[in-house]
Write a protein that binds this ligand. Structure first.
Ligand code: AMP
Ligand code: GLY
Length: 432
C-alpha cells in the first residue's frame, strides 16, 4: 500500500513510525512532514491546509490511504473532498468534525443525548452573556465556540475576569469569528484523562487510556499548552471505569452523530474529567491527540494499518487491538517562551546519542533541517517517548534520554507521569 500522512507534528511522526512497521505498506509520504518523519517517509512540500494540493498529489501518486493528523484540515472538509473523488481517507467529514470545530454544537448534542458534561448556556450577545455571569458561581468557564489554537478556554475566578474575557472574545474578536458565540459553563474539578476510540460509525474500538499534561510548568502551573507530555495506561482508569465511559459516552456520541445525520468515522477523542459524580466530557476532538498518540502507538502491539483500513471500509467489527503490557511516557521538550511567543532556528544536539537507547523514540514535533543540521522550528520541538515495565521505569528512561538533548532555551516538565502514582489509590476508592 501507499500511504499519505497529512501534518508535521509529533503525532504525525508517531503515525509514520508505526505505519512504517506494517508489512502491508510499501511507501509512505508525509505532507509536509519534518526531519524526523523524513527518516521513515518521503516528505512532500504541501501544507496540511492545502486540500486541493493534497488531493491532486494523492490522485497522481495513486495513494491507497490518506491519514489526517490536524483538525483544521478535517474541519475544512479534506475528507469530503477525497471521498467525493473516490480516494480512501481516514477521518470524519466536515459535518462530523463539527464535534471539535464548534463547542456550541458539541455541548448541544451532548445535552440532547444525555451525555454527561458540565452544565452550560450559549450566548451570541455579549450583553446577555454579561448579565448571565452576574448570576453564576465562580470559578466559571468561558469557551469560544470555534477553533482557537487551544487558547479559547478561560477559567475565570472573578466577575471582572469573566467580563474581560467576554470583551476579548466577543468585542475585540481576538479569535475572529470563532468568538461569535460563547459557551459559559460550570467549573468541574477532578483528574483529566483522554479516552480515544477508533470507529467506523457502527463499531467502536476504544484505545488504552492516556493522561495529557496541558499546563506549561510542573505541578500543573502556568498557561495551558497543546500538551507537555502524556503517559499510558492511566492506573485510575480501571476496567469498570473504562467500560462506564464506553457505555455512557462513546457509544451514545457515535449513536447521536448518526441520529443527527452526521455519521462519524475515524478517531473520536473524548477529553474527560473524572469528577466525584463520575466522568464528564470537557471536549471531543475529531482526531488523534498530540502527544497522546506518541504514547499510545509506542504501546500498540497490533499493526495499525488494518485498523485504519477497516475503519474506512466499515469493517471494524472484525478488527482487534492488542496492547503491550508496558507503560509509556512522552516528555515534550519545548522552545523558550512557549506557549507564548518564542524564537526558532536553534540547533539541536544529542539526537544521535538517543538512537542507542533501547525503548526510546524521539518524535519530532517542531523541527526543520538547516544546512544539514536539525534545528528548532516550533513551540513543541520534540517528544521524547519511552517504554518501561511500569510508569516509574518509563519515566526514568524518558528523563535520562531527554537530559542528553540540548538546544537554546529548551525546557520540559519534570513531573510527567507523577500523577499516575499518587492518584491511583484515591480513585480506586471511588465507585461510580
Ligand atoms: P477544552 O478545550 O474544552 O478541553 O478545555 C481546555 C482545558 O480547560 C481542559 O483540558 C481543562 O483543563 C479546562 N476546562 C475546560 N472546561 C472545564 C470545566 N468545565 N471545568 C474545569 N476545567 C475545564
Ligand atoms: N493533547 C491535546 C490534544 O491533542 O488536543
Amino acid at each position: 500500500m501507499k500511504i499519505l500522512i497529512v501534518g508535521s507534528g509529533g503525532r504525525e511522526h508517531a503515525l509514520a513510525w508505526k505505519i512504517a512497521q506494517s508489512p502491508l505498506v510499501k511507501k509512505i509520504f508525509c505532507a509536509p512532514g519534518n526531519p524526523g518523519i523524513a527518516e521513515v517517509a518521503e516528505c512532500v512540500d504541501i501544507e496540511a491546509e492545502n486540500i486541493d494540493g493534497l488531493y491532486n498529489f494523492a490522485r497522481k501518486q495513486k495513494i491507497d490511504l490518506t491519514v489526517v493528523g490536524p483538525e483544521d484540515a478535517l474541519i475544512a472538509g479534506i475528507v469530503d473532498r477525497f471521498r467525493d473523488g473516490h480516494l480512501q481517507i481516514f477521518g470524519p467529514n466536515k459535518r462530523a468534525s463539527a464535534i471539535e470545530g464548534s463547542k456550541v454544537f458539541a455541548k448541544t448534542i451532548m445535552r440532547k443525548h444525555g451525555i454527561p458534561t458540565a452544565d452550560f448556556k450559549v450566548f451570541e450577545d455579549i450583553k446577555q452573556a454579561k448579565k448571565h455571569i452576574t448570576t453564576c458561581e465562580f470559578p466559571l468557564v468561558i469557551k469560544a465556540d470555534g477553533l482557537a489554537k487551544g487558547k479559547g478556554v478561560f477559567i475565570c475566578k472573578t466577575l471582572d475576569d469573566a467580563n474581560k474575557h467576554l470583551d476579548d472574545i466577543m468585542k475585540e474578536k481576538i479569535f475572529g469569528h470563532a468568538g461569535d458565540k460563547v459557551v459559559i459553563e460550570e467549573f468541574l474539578s477532578g483528574e483529566e484523562v483522554s479516552i480515544l476510540a477508533v470507529t467506523d460509525g457502527n463499531t467502536i474500538l476504544p484505545l488504552s487510556s492516556v493522561q495529557d499534561h496541558k499546563a506549561a510548568y510542573d505541578g500543573d502551573k502556568g498557561p495551558n499548552t497543546g500538551g507537555m507530555g502524556a503517559y499510558s495506561p492511566v492506573p485510575f482508569i480501571t476496567e469498570e471505569l473504562q467500560f462506564f465511559i464506553e457505555e455512557n459516552i462513546l457509544v451514545p456520541i457515535i449513536h447521536a452523530m448518526k441520529r443527527e445525520s452526521r455519521p462519524y468515522k475515524g478517531i473520536i477523542y473524548a477529553g474527560l474529567i473524572i469528577t466525584s459524580a463520575g466522568p464528564k466530557v470537557l471536549e471531543f476532538n475529531a482526531r488523534f491527540g498530540d502527544p497522546e498518540t506518541q504514547v499510545l502507538l509506542m504501546r500498540m502491539k497490533s499493526d495499525l494499518v488494518p485498523i485504519l483500513v477497516s475503519t474506512v471500509t466499515d469493517t471494524l467489527e472484525d478488527a482487534d487491538i492488542t496492547w503491550n503490557e508496558c507503560a509509556s511516557i512522552c516528555v515534550v521538550m519545548a522552545s523558550k517562551g512557549y506557549p507564548d511567543a518564542y524564537e526558532k532556528g536553534f540547533p539541536i544536539s544529542g539526537l544521535e546519542t538517543i538512537k542507542n537507547f533501547d525503548d526510546v523514540q524521539v518524535f519530532h514535533a517542531g523541527t526543520s533541517m538547516k544546512n544539514g543540521k536539525i534545528t528548532t522550528n516550533g513551540g513543541r520541538v520534540l517528544g521524547v517517548t519511552a517504554l518501561g515495565k511500569n510508569i516509574q521505569e518509563a519515566q526514568k528512561t524518558a528523563y535520562s534520554a531527554i537530559q542528553r538533548i540540548t538546544f537554546e532555551g529548551g525546557h520540559y516538565r519534570s513531573d510527567i507521569g507523577v500523577k499516575a502514582m499518587y492518584r491511583k489509590k484515591e480513585h480506586s476508592e471511588n465507585n461510580y
